[in-house]
Design a protein around this ligand. Structure first.
Ligand SMILES: Nc1ncnc2c1ncn2[C@@H]1O[C@H](COP(=O)(O)OP(=O)(O)OP(=O)(O)O)[C@@H](O)[C@H]1O
Ligand SMILES: [Mg+2]
Length: 575
């Protein structure tokens, strides 16, 4: 293998030459003195293009991480996450940053937010540590800045590596806290099902965030810490933190009521994000949710491809079918119905709905409106008439924020009232009210939720090419995926937490094509993709050395596919 000295020689040789000469440094180099191997996997074409991709692999003999840091999947993912954060911090500390033209001089790693997600930016096992990052190889104009490159590769990177990859240089208590907390969170989430719970919110949690655009916790002087009502309190013993108490939401229909601005949506949003582990200090470390819980909302203007929404919608104007409902421009109610059916199709166990982002006529129709508009003229069977059937027929629970209609008392198992950010158990009171004041509604839901037709996605309809490029996939932050000539709008898919998830979801859409043989239905395909990721690692969906992927759930993959405007499916008529 060429050595560090060899690399230095090349950089001296190509100094001041045209940018293309950087190609000569692609390859692997033994940095014997520093104790690692540097991989230059990809060199950018010019200083303005996407930056060059590098990796460092360091043997554990040098790095020295004890096995307890990665002795199970929880700990392994958290330690990898910690290393990435350290690396990112070290970049800020030691890198001179931008210099020269375009992206020259910038060092970048896929930096995590409040969540601890499995990422391909770092790996750890008994043998090695691996870290993946990008560098904007420096140039002045389009001429190679060799001396600057030497500065970056031989001074900055080794210092950054020293601080982020050597166990002896780690803040070890912090690292220990990081992986033990994450281990506890996973334990807690896994403990839900056997206790008949769908979510747990620990006492003392900080649910509100700094602001609508800053996901860090509100400071403790201003936030009201979460405190469970006594009747809903559950105790669970964690492997590291010991006994923890908090509110356990049970299977069934859970209503969150309460006055405006009293913290209803904030509670639900924390529960939505309880599918992910959070950093120590986030305030939501011990807020966990059934991993198959899906946020549902209205999303008018989205496209819908042959979804059977007939459980909710029938008799549309002009006789449009709702057994295989397609539109390029959904309405409020039809979009919300499709979002529910698609979540069921993908295997959800819990729906989470907020009145703030729901279509009112999809959620409720009171007695007076039932009188005014005859059932025959109203295509919608409102959610209130289906929510119990969803539970009895499909074992799907619901957590619903509803401050606007007491009609829901008829169908709720549990009613929580948020009162100045403190939850109260109002189940009994709601039951008394429902006994003494009849809603006078008549039930429109029938005696079954209804069968949902399976859909078979067609591979030919998924095309990531653009012009001469066979594959053009780009993350548009958390809100969009650029997919070939299409722009997939996922801004309403609220459980996507990180732009690196959109990177990997974009790739996974292409990967999933290998299972689209005209026979496999969507849920089967999602299972296969999940299985492969578990078996072969996340890089299986795209490039083996890519360091910008973060893990995602099958629900968000399905959501992206369902919003791809070229998607074509056929319905399976055998079922
Ligand atoms: N526990 C808390 N401590 C302090 N502030 C909080 C807490 N929970 C929420 N807040 C803040 O209170 C405000 C209102 O919260 P939220 O949006 O959850 O109210 P809401 O009950 O859903 O209101 P609405 O009915 O109008 O939708 C937000 O600015 C939020 O950050
Ligand atoms: Mg709200």
């Amino acid at each position: 293998m060429p050595t560090a000295e060899d690399l230095k020689k090349i950089l001296h040789r190509i100094d001041r030459k045209g940018y293309k000469a950087y190609r000569d440094i692609e390859g692997n180099y033994d940095f014997a003195q520093e104790g690692y191997t540097l991989f230059i996997d990809y060199v950018q074409g010019d200083p303005f293009a996407s930056p060059s991709k590098l990796r460092v692999i360091m043997p554990q003999k040098k790095a020295g991480f004890p096995v307890e840091c990665f002795s199970n999947k929880s700990r392994e993912i958290a330690t990898r996450d910690f290393i990435i954060r350290r690396f990112d911090r070290a970049i800020k500390k030691y890198s001179k940053g931008s210099r020269g033209s375009g992206k020259s001089g910038r060092i970048h790693i896929d930096r995590p937010g409040q969540e601890i997600l499995e990422r391909t930016a770092a790996f750890i096992d008994e043998e090695n540590l691996e870290i993946r990052f990008n560098i904007g190889l420096p140039a002045f104009g389009r001429k190679i800045a060799g001396k600057e490159a030497i500065q970056i590769i031989f001074k900055e990177i080794p210092t950054i590596i020293d601080e982020s990859l050597l166990f002896d240089n780690m803040p070890q208590e912090k690292l220990h806290k990081h992986y033990t907390t994450s281990e506890d969170t996973d334990f807690l989430r896994n403990a839900l099902a056997e206790r008949g719970l769908i979510a747990f919110v620990a006492n003392g949690s900080v649910l509100p965030r700094i602001s609508g655009i800053d996901p860090r916790p509100m400071d403790k002087d201003h936030a009201i810490l979460f405190q469970s009502p006594e009747s809903m309190e559950v105790k669970i013993k964690l492997p590291n933190a010991g006994i923890i108490k908090g509110m356990g939401l049970r299977k069934g229909i859970n209503l969150i009521a309460g006055g405006g601005f009293h913290g209803k949506s904030t509670l639900l949003q924390s529960i939505e994000q309880g599918i992910y582990n959070h950093l120590p200090g986030d305030g939501r470390e011990y807020v966990v949710t059934n991993p198959n819980a899906v946020k549902i909302r209205a999303e008018d203007r989205r496209n819908i491809e042959k979804v059977d929404i007939s459980s909710f919608i029938n008799n549309l104007p002009l006789g449009k079918s709702t057994k295989d409902f397609s539109t390029e421009d959904a309405s409020g109610s039809t979009s919300q119905a499709a979002n529910i059916i698609e979540a069921i199709e993908a295997g959800t166990e819990v729906l989470m709905i907020d009145e703030d982002t729901s279509a009112t006529n999809f959620m409720i129709r009171d007695n007076r409106m039932q009188q005014l508009i005859n059932k025959k003229q109203e295509p919608i069977t409102p959610f209130i008439d289906k929510v119990r059937l969803l539970y009895s027929d499909y074992n799907i629970s619901t957590i619903l924020v509803m401050g606007g209609s007491g009609d829901y008392f008829d169908v709720a198992d549990y009613v929580i009232g948020m009162d100045n950010y403190v939850p109260k158990d109002l189940t009994q009171k709601a039951n008394q009210i429902k006994e003494s004041i009849d809603s006078k509604r008549y039930d429109e839901g029938g005696d079954a939720f209804g069968y949902i037709k399976k859909r078979i996605p067609l591979a030919r309809s998924i095309d990531p090419s653009k012009g001469k490029k066979r594959k053009k996939i780009k993350s548009g932050g958390k809100d969009a995926i650029v997919f070939g000539t299409y722009h997939i709008d996922i801004s309403a898919v609220e459980q996507i937490a990180d732009s690196s998830q959109t990177n990997s979801i974009g790739e996974a859409l292409v990967y999933a094509k290998k299972y689209m043989d005209g026979n496999n239905d969507l849920s089967t395909i999602l299972e296969y993709v999940d299985r492969d990721i578990k078996k072969y690692g996340l890089n299986v969906i795209g490039h083996p050395n890519n360091g910008d992927y973060a893990i995602f759930r099958k629900f968000e993959l399905a959501a992206a596919l369902n919003r791809l405007r070229s998607l074509e499916v056929k319905q399976n008529n055998d079922n």
